[in-house]
Design a protein around this ligand. Structure first.
Ligand code: TEU
Length: 553
């Protein structure tokens, strides 16, 4: 029997602070902006706010390069603002979890500055320094993962940008520093952590060469799941997490379904849940996201089925379809044109009816879409900037790159939250903001959504509250129907309390569902089309329905 607990029932809402709301007029969102919108978030019905990094950082990778873990980035405010925000959240029954980015620091962190100084510096061993380049590894943001530094004539490892040197977790002192820092925030009352690229913290110290034409293989087999990973996670749990009643959610890049329990089995005392990338990488080719390929609904369904089977009643996952690293979910998995509203509602129906803790990314609640900037120079993400340089240097076709960027850019999800029809979508009063708003804010914005009872926003609110009332949707068993269909996703969730049928049409055309006699008498709990339903087994384009059957009815 599955254990019940608050973090399984919670609904997480991710805030990308720099794009949420700017109250100072500096063109960046800030902590006071978040505080001022807590009532808005509370009324949506979410429970936990995950904040992308808010710490001091030179901002090479939008704060995922931290130079001081115990101070707030000036652009976002000060520690007083943080304390006020946390208290205001707690006053409303909202929890706040922070982003724990400890696979790497910024190169401007004092540890790295020291470590770079001389080969016998105390901090030298906080990072990976080698006299000869140990491997041919590529970094996520292009180019070699080993960077030469002339001061001490040695190479250091950075799996991300060269301003993000990887920390050496083999060094006990490094681990202690991390645990102390976690205690610092937890003692302040923070409710847990989302852990950035956590499967990467233990390295294969012989650094085996990669196949440079198969980046995905390097991610899954060389950069993640290192030999001491689980030892480190258990230690972190024992020394820190177990002392508080908090959430631990690992970014699960590189974790395959059959490895899920190694991280999340309660008996192993490591993490509560991970969010795997299996469905998010379906459209990545061997060379990663800039090598896109098409995906099929059957593959998508296969991912959720395998994770469900592998974890059984022992482990847990985070459910998500987008975040600050991916395109907008309605543009990627739905139809952001003629069926934007319907498909956005369908996708949240999926997230709220699968087993796992759903995580909503800011702006999804109004169906924000991908952006298509005319010029590649309008993109701010280091990943794109480096790619542009690389393609230019190789004389490749820049129009082709632009086409790919429009589809896959992380900046798609990073444009400002669209509050209203004012300048910069009501996000800021500054003349220039750090990244432009999506021009469609005049149609898609919170203010208009709140005025329209049929909006995506009200559907989110309704289905969030349904999930909370019907715990079977959280914990219940899962069984699929028509699993070979490329058009519809049909499944039931059931336990001793109830039996629910979920029917989702993932196409622009009407679809028929094979009759399921058991559900003939079920009642409709929620659907994304208004008006009456004449046939239970016929779905309109992007139609989503949840039916309910009392267990004994
Ligand atoms: O992301 C880790 C990660 O591997 C990917 O999501 C990656 O950023 C993307 O696929 C690149 O193509 C985490 C953070 O969420 C991301 O924002 C950071 O850039 C990265 O770690 C480094 O800290």
């Amino acid at each position: 029997m599955m254990k019940t607990t608050w973090w399984k029932e919670a609904i997480v809402y991710q805030i990308y602070p720099r794009s949420f709301l700017d109250t100072t007029g500096n063109g960046f969102g800030d902590l006071n902006g978040i505080t001022s919108k807590l009532d808005y978030l509370k009324s949506l019905g979410v429970d936990v706010l995950w904040l992308s990094p808010i710490f001091q950082s030179p901002d090479d990778d939008n704060g995922y390069d931290i130079s001081d873990y115990r101070n707030i980035m000036e652009k976002f405010g000060f520690m007083d603002d943080f304390d006020r925000m946390l208290k205001a959240a707690h006053d409303r029954g909202l929890k706040i979890i922070l982003d724990l980015v400890v696979n790497h620091t910024s190169d401007e962190h004092k540890w790295f500055k020291e470590s770079k100084n001389s080969s016998n510096n105390y901090y030298r061993d906080y990072y990976f320094w080698r006299k000869d380049k140990p491997s041919n590894w590529l970094s996520f943001f292009g180019g070699d993962a080993w960077e030469y530094d002339s001061k001490t004539k040695a190479y250091y490892l950075h799996l991300f940008s060269k301003k993000q040197p990887d920390l050496n977790w083999e060094n006990e002192q490094v681990r202690k520093e991390v645990y102390d820092m976690m205690h610092f925030w937890l003692k302040k009352g923070v409710d847990g952590f989302r852990m950035d690229v956590i499967p990467m913290i233990s390295k294969f110290l012989d650094f085996p060469d990669m196949d440079r034409n198969d980046f995905m293989n390097a991610i899954n087999n060389l950069y993640t799941n290192g030999p001491r990973l689980h030892e480190f996670l258990r230690e972190m749990n024992e020394q820190v997490l177990s002392k508080y009643d908090v959430m631990s959610m690992g970014e699960g890049i590189g974790i395959a379904a059959h490895q899920g329990l190694l991280y999340t089995d309660e008996l192993r005392r490591e993490l509560q849940m991970v969010y795997h990338f299996d469905h998010m990488a379906l459209d990545w080719g061997d060379n990663g996201k800039f090598d896109p390929k098409s995906w099929k609904l059957t593959e998508f369904k296969h991912v959720f089925r395998s994770w469900y089977r592998e974890l059984g009643d022992k482990g847990w996952i985070t459910l998500f379809l987008d975040n600050h690293d991916f395109p907008r979910m309605v543009s990627r998995f739905g139809n952001d044109k003629e069926y934007r509203v319907e498909s956005a509602k369908l996708l949240i129906t999926l997230l709220m009816t699968l087993r796992g803790t759903p995580c909503i990314y800011q702006g999804s609640e109004i169906g924000m879409t991908n952006v298509q900037f005319d010029s590649l120079d309008d993109y701010k993400d280091i990943e794109i900037k480096n790619k542009v340089k690389e393609w230019r240097a190789q004389g490749r076709n820049m129009e082709e790159l632009k086409f790919i960027v429009h589809k896959i850019a992380r900046d798609n999800a990073r444009t400002p939250l669209q509050w209203n029809k004012d300048m910069h979508s009501g996000f800021s009063k500054a003349e220039n903001i750090w990244i432009d708003s999506n021009p469609n804010f005049t149609q898609i914005n919170v203010e208009s959504a709140l005025e329209n009872p049929n909006s995506i926003w009200y559907y989110y609110k309704k289905i969030i509250s349904l999930r909370k009332m019907h715990k079977t949707l959280v914990y219940g068993n899962f069984e699929e129907f028509m699993s070979n269909s490329e058009d519809v996703y049909v499944y039931r969730r059931w336990d001793e309390k109830g039996n629910y049928l979920i029917t989702l049409n993932f196409t622009n055309h009407p679809q028929f569902i094979d009759t399921i006699p058991e559900f003939e008498k079920s009642t409709l709990l929620i659907g994304n089309y208004s008006g009456s339903m004449d046939n239970k087994w016929a779905l309109r384009p992007w139609e989503a329905r949840v039916f309910y059957l009392n267990r004994f009815g």
